[in-house]
Design a protein around this ligand. Structure first.
Ligand SMILES: [Zn+2]
Length: 70
């Protein structure tokens, strides 16, 4: 799938796989929370300035209904 990811003020299209990361629940430690994250499939550079905005080892997470590089 393709999402819009923001870094340094610009939105760029990034090809990703959706995955879930387990995170401990601070209120109830016995319950783990699954956080949806996006794993970039390839090195993606900003369309405007050419800087790297996503790479396979760097996961992206949802923030406030939009996406940002994590
Ligand atoms: Zn840029």
């Amino acid at each position: 799938m393709v999402i819009e990811a923001k870094k340094e003020g610009y939105w760029n299209r990034v090809s990703v796989n959706k995955i879930f990361i387990e995170e401990a629940n601070p209120i109830e430690p016995k319950v783990t929370v699954l956080i949806p994250m996006y794993e970039p499939l390839e090195l993606t550079k900003c369309e405007k300035c050419g800087k790297i905005i996503a790479e396979p080892k760097e996961l992206i997470r949802i923030q406030k209904r939009k996406f940002s590089v994590y």
